[in-house]
Ligand binder design. Structure first.
Ligand code: C2O
Ligand code: CU
Ligand code: CU
Length: 464
């Protein structure tokens, strides 16, 4: 349990207010949970040899896929079974601020043996995910990422629904873990893994019903890799982008025009499996221009279900609020290198000694919020224009908690105007977005290349 002493010490030092601490009373709340998760060290064999020192919520297995239902209250208890501090964050879910799992901004870090009760009602159906937001780099790099599916209030009627958690690991020849942070990587595109997995398996094969309507949910939960997905030539359609059914259709990706999916992003896809039994389809991702690798294969089995492309349903729209446009001028937010290698604040969540990146030329100074103001303050209940400018040559998947936004225009490309929580900014790209500020709080806003996030490319947006 949280002791008063530690709680006072931490909150006193970091300026969390009594209101932020509301969630603590939930610790003692009676009643059972939908899920009780416990983080732990474990081992897993990606190849012939087991890798020790991984982090999961299960023994010798990846973290489970969690399933909630749209509009139904969910209660998830999370027990920290590791020596390091932790929190759990529900990426893309619009929820009350106190349930968002961001240390110092929304809650006190969870110590070993402590349990935090997260309770929220997901308003949106779709593909989301979860990961720690304290010791984020080490715990995610070592395995702690999982899909969080919010099922539509009414079953859309697919014959198979397959979550695909795309994540790399960095392993040596003996299967041992290699360093997941390198200063060289952190200052550039990030430190890449060398074992590319889908649901912790390399080139997995899934059986699907012949002639069936298949839904796939791709989620890039890797700390670094931007996937360039290529789909096989089958009848199909992109259903949803970052959790939300698409308004602006996305083309079926090909080798010539792959679909870029950055860390933190998800895409839901439907396709009709071939009629005959024993056919195989391969979904790939490209490295550079020329080397594709298999993300997953699907093999048909059984007698033909006889579904057709016309049977692919439209997903019901999520309840995105209609808000009037704020009169506030458009703020520009600049993502770039850090002017100085400034010092860092100490916290319990893995403050990094290096600072390479900044937002508006201010690097986030480590874990704590102390003396750090918001990147922007948005009036509650309005829709706001923001201009995001990447002044670096690297890609940055920029993620905003608690709210949805959509891109309106880019200086480099035609950008589909679909609601999202994470946008991949290209080299020197400027994108205008509109943010729906319907949820009050200080919402974390950072790059989802975790080495960038942890070396300065982080901040928060205040909605009040
Ligand atoms: Cu997916 Cu702030 O995180
Ligand atoms: Cu998030
Ligand atoms: Cu970045």
């Amino acid at each position: 349990m949280v002791t008063l002493t530690r709680r006072q010490a931490i909150t006193g030092a970091l300026g969390l207010t009594a209101a932020n601490l509301g969630a603590f009373s939930a610790l003692n709340a009676a009643g059972s949970s939908d899920y009780h998760l416990r983080s732990r060290l474990t081992s897993f064999a990606f190849g012939d040899r087991p890798t020790e020192g991984l982090v999961s919520l299960a023994d010798n297995a990846p973290p489970p896929v969690l399933r909630l239902r749209q509009g139904k209250k969910a209660v998830i208890d999370f027990t920290n079974g590791l020596d390091d501090y932790s929190t759990m964050h529900w990426h893309g879910i619009r929820l009350p601020h106190a349930m968002d799992g961001v240390p110092y901004l929304t809650q006190v870090p969870i110590a070993r043996g402590e349990t935090f009760r997260y309770a929220f009602t997901p308003p949106d159906a779709g593909s989301f995910w979860y990961h720690p937001h304290c010791m984020t780099l080490s715990q995610m790099a070592l395995g702690l990422t999982g899909l969080l599916i919010v099922d539509e209030a009414e079953d859309p009627g697919f014959d198979a629904d397959i979550p695909l958690n795309l994540k790399d690991f960095r392993l040596g020849n003996e299967g041992e873990l290699l360093e997941h942070f390198t200063p060289r990587g952190a200052a550039r595109a990030g430190t890449f893994g060398n074992v590319k997995t889908t649901n912790w398996r390399q080139d997995p094969v899934y059986e699907v019903p012949a002639g069936g309507l298949i839904r796939l949910r791709f989620a890039v939960t890797d700390t670094t890799r931007v996937h360039k997905l290529i789909f096989p030539d089958v009848p199909g359609r992109i259903l949803a982008w970052d959790g939300h059914p698409v308004d602006d259709p996305l083309p079926w990706p090909t080798r010539e025009a792959p679909l870029w999916l950055g860390p933190g992003q998800r895409v839901d896809v439907a396709f009709v499996a071939p009629d005959e039994d024993g056919r195989e389809l391969t979904f790939e991702s490209l490295i550079g221009r020329n080397s594709p690798f298999n993300v997953a294969r699907f093999r048909t089995m059984g007698t033909n279900l006889g579904r057709r492309a016309g049977d692919i349903p439209d997903l019901p729209r999520n309840p995105i609020p209609a808000l009037e446009t704020a009169t506030q001028p458009t703020s520009e937010i600049v993502f770039g290198w850090s002017p100085e290698g400034d010092g860092t604040n100490n916290g319990l969540c893995g403050t990094n000694a290096y600072i390479f990146w900044s937002i508006n030329r201010r690097p986030w100074p480590g874990d704590a919020v102390e003396n750090t103001g918001p990147v922007a303050t948005l009036e509650l209940g309005k829709r706001h224009l923001l201009r995001l400018r990447n002044e670096s040559p690297n890609l940055h998947p920029i993620h905003l908690h608690g709210l949805v936004f959509r891109p309106l225009r880019s200086n480099l490309r035609k950008i589909p105007a679909n609601y999202t929580d994470t946008i991949l900014l290209l080299k020197d790209e400027i994108v205008e977005i509109e943010v729906l500020a319907d949820n009050p709080g200080d919402w974390a806003f950072h790059c989802h290349v975790i080495e960038h996030q942890k070396t300065g490319l982080s901040g928060f947006i205040r909605v009040a």
